[in-house]
Design a protein around this ligand. Structure first.
Ligand code: ATP
Ligand code: MG
Length: 364
């Protein structure tokens, strides 16, 4: 317990610089002295100064010294800048953080049937393949008109790997809920652990067929997965049902592109971008990352909402097996939100980033 853990902080650009230090402060408040934080350079602003967006030393430090990391946000220039590519995309690739995990939860959401329901789902997006291999080409047809193609890569290896994350998470969430129920804590999802596999194998029977089949096969790998219900949703029907009855989902697993789309849609269900956390999960290191971007419109004003980053820090703690401490952070944030007094402008208040951070720390 006494051994320190090293956490890499990569604030990067814009409000990333304003929300990552508060997340580290909260980690330090909940486990005083447990972490050594090292701030590592990356980002578009760094690229403009030095010509390098992601220094090799940042990657190596994360790979060899850090047990976890928090990434802020990078500015994405609207035009193509020669020599620049997004450091977070490169980082995910270099560290093989193959799963993007996004919890979408709220004690009460108005669904499209006008009912107030609890939402407690965990979206798991495959992070390394699908259309994101960016293999595109432009040809011309016999009339000289342009024809564009994009390759989509789905492998059995990556699909099973992401399937395992989904089943492991379903089992872990199930166990945690049992404990919470015994302690009299109200849980969002009340059913048996469930994994929903999102695909479109009625049209893409080879590629989505392989994804579907690979994830389904994972269920037989461990006896403890036997208790997990498995359901399939075609991606279009998934979007429809997510808005009609978001309370019906536990763990949702999807290939890269569908995962990207449904996780933004799901974030809209529960409110401001400033609230939604994520982790990039792999075999080397876990990187917590708020879902929002660098928000140039409010950068430098001290009013960015730190909650998405603070919740990302809590997810990182869960991954490091500090489940109770993570729960303290979630509860403290929920308390602040339900009181509704100390809120940043994105939630209709006039508090600063510092005010919100201080209130969350004092609620712990
Ligand atoms: P980027 O190119 O880095 O993604 P963006 O212009 O798309 O930048 P986002 O960060 O994606 O900006 O934010 C979209 C909107 O949501 C902006 O108006 C921004 O101010 C707001 N927003 C995002 N994150 C936060 C936050 N943490 N607190 C307050 N407002 C936020
Ligand atoms: Mg954006």
């Amino acid at each position: 317990m006494s051994e320190k853990l090293t956490i890499g902080l990569i604030p990067a650009d814009g409000i990333g610089k304003e929300v990552i230090p508060p997340a580290a402060e909260v980690m330090d408040a909940v486990l005083p002295g447990k972490f050594e934080f090292i701030t590592l350079p990356a980002g578009f602003e760094l690229f403009q100064q030095t010509g390098v967006a992601l220094p090799e030393e940042t990657v190596e430090t994360l790979r060899t010294k850090c047990q976890g990391a928090l990434f802020g946000a990078v500015s994405s220039p609207s035009h193509k800048v020669a020599g620049y590519s997004s450091p977070i995309v490169a980082l995910r690739k270099k560290l093989q953080t193959y799963a993007n995990i996004r919890p979408v939860s709220s004690p009460s959401v108005r669904n499209a049937k006008n009912q107030d329901v609890p939402v407690d789902m965990l979206i798991i997006r495959e992070n390394t393949e699908c259309l994101y291999i960016k293999s595109e080409r432009l040809e011309t047809d016999e009339n000289g008109a342009k024809v564009a193609y994009a390759d989509r890569k789905i492998t059995e290896f990556a699909s099973k790997r992401i399937g395992r994350v989904a089943f492991e998470q379903a089992v872990a969430r199930g166990k945690l809920r049992e404990q919470q129920k015994q302690q009299g804590i109200k849980v969002g999802w009340t059913g048996k652990p469930k994994v929903t596999i999102v695909h479109k194998s009625n049209v893409l029977s080879v590629s989505d067929g392989l994804f579907r089949e690979s994830v389904l096969a994972v269920k037989n790998e461990k006896p403890e997965y036997a208790d997990v219900d498995v359901e399939e949703q075609l991606v279009d029907s998934m979007v429809y049902r997510m808005f009609r009855e978001p309370e019906k989902f536990d763990v949702v697993v999807a290939p890269n592109m569908y995962g990207d789309i449904i996780s933004d849609g799901a974030a809209a269900l529960v409110g401001s971008l400033g609230l939604v956390p994520s982790t990039n999960f792999g075999d080397v290191v876990v990187i917590g990352e708020p879902v929002h971007g660098s928000a140039p419109d409010i950068a430098g004003k001290g009013i960015a909402n730190p909650i998405a980053s603070i919740r990302s820090a809590a997810m990182l703690l869960e991954n490091l097996n500090f489940t109770a401490e993570a729960a303290k952070i979630y509860n403290s944030v929920d308390k602040l939100l339900s009181e509704g007094k100390i809120l940043t402008p994105d939630l209709g208040g006039n508090a600063t980033t510092k005010d919100v951070t201080a209130a969350i720390i004092s609620n712990l």
